[in-house]
Design a protein around this ligand. Structure first.
Ligand SMILES: [Zn+2]
Length: 67
């Protein structure tokens, strides 16, 4: 997994999301050791739903970078 901000290699880590009433959920995500960017499965799922709605063509143009 490459960081989308700084393109460093991200580390897979276990996280614990602690909410009200001592509710908690453990999950695996990725953390960038360089800029601190965190990707979790919820973010990734939302992003894939969004890109499906946008269509593959739009996503390709959105991700395009000048060389
Ligand atoms: Zn980064």
């Amino acid at each position: 997994m490459e960081c989308e901000r700084c393109h460093a290699m991200m580390l897979e880590e276990a996280f614990e999301d602690i909410g009200a009433d001592s509710w908690s959920m453990k999950f695996h995500g990725w953390r960038c050791p360089v800029c601190g960017n965190v990707l979790d499965p919820v973010i990734l799922e939302n992003r894939s739903l969004f890109s499906r709605a946008m269509g593959a063509g739009a996503r390709r143009r959105h991700n395009a970078r000048a060389l």
